[in-house]
Design a protein around this ligand. Sequence first.
Ligand code: ADP
Ligand code: MG
Ligand code: MG
Length: 442
Amino acid sequence: MMMTNDDVLREAHEKGVKFIRLQFTDIFGILKNVAITIEQLEKALDGELMFDGSSIEGFARIEESDMYLRPDPNTFVVFPWRPKEGGVARLICDVYNPDGTSFEGCPRSALKRVLAEASEMGYTLNVGPELEFFLFHTDAEGRPTTITHDKAGYFDLTPIDLGENARRDMVLTLEQMGYEIEASHHEVAPGQHEIDFKYSDALDIADKIATFRFVVRTIAQHHGLHATFMPKPIFGINGSGMHSNQSLFKDGKNAFYDPSDSMELSEIAYQYIAGLMKHAPSFAAITNPTVNSYKRLVPGYEAPCYIAWSGRNRSPLIRIPAKRGASTRIELRSPDPACNPYLAIAVQLKAGLDGIKNKLIPPPAVDLNIYAMNSEERAKLGITSLPGSLKEALDELGKAPVIQEALGSHIYHRFVEAKSEEWDSFRVTVTQWELDRYLHMY
Ligand code: ADP
Ligand code: MG
Ligand code: MG
């Protein structure tokens, strides 16, 4: 249902909303808030509220610091955990320059640009994400630990109940906020959980992912736990991914489905797969944006590290789930939940569209266990690897004009600058691993 500004005003008054958070994300996907009162809502909805962009990392230089927020009325949600009297609601916004042009540093607008490109080709994108996260205990000072509730047998509630209760509360809260939860379960690793919500159009899903992380952390806190979307918090057990199920629709029909094909996939689907595979190394910096992300993309923990696709296997980068018809979809398994959801979806779509535009043909599907192959066997099948580190990923991004175009020059340059600094800071750090390995040896 499409909402108008008037609908938002009426609903806000009816529901006794007192404060509204105008939300947007910076280029790293961190949710930012500008809080206003109900009295300022009308002005805000008209896009007349200014804020100082120079205070937001990656946003603007000082001299271009005046920014305007334009709320999307469709994103109006009242926070269910706040009191009914004097309630709090949010609106997600696009960021504009004072002259009324779209701000190039706004990730939501970057996604909209790629969606418009798809729309010109006749396509809409549907995305269904599967978000994994860990629930950890906090210490006496309230700082997060890596102690999972599963192991913490000495806490008041039985350990299982604590995590399960928190997750149940998260699911109920998300449902009150308009999410259709399809599955929620305990994951393979101790303390790890997954909540999947129903696919919908890409912009809505990007908004939902940004909000999801914030809701999950908030509810975890209410239960005395810390929720983290850090990709690989504990060495030796599975990390947290964000599998990205995607499908293009044209004229209301799933454009990836073709019952006459041997795999019941359309030519468009094969081209989209080929585009994803071609660009996967260059968009890794966006879908896997931290130093830590690359500690998840290693053999042995159900995360992909080789560039291959399969209709059967669960281990490769791209899997085609068995469902067909309207559910025909491509599952990209590399993204992790630390990504900026707007940018991550933008680069995946851009890669897929590039495959379609250039009629790329994917290599044959690999239904064998790639992890059991040696490097010669992989080379014979033409199977290459994802970047092994943030540094390698940034180098790949630097060679990929198509992916840079999806980000736009402003976001691309700010992103690379900040992430290169992040890499450098890690590179010069002396880690516990080095001490354990070398201190007594040399
Ligand atoms: P898995 O096969 O990995 O267990 P599920 O069957 O649980 O995955 O579905 C995962 C996600 O796929 C859900 O978010 C679901 O809404 C989504 N999904 C289903 N159909 C489509 C589609 N046509 N396009 C995009 N996502 C879809
Ligand atoms: Mg899972
Ligand atoms: Mg999956």
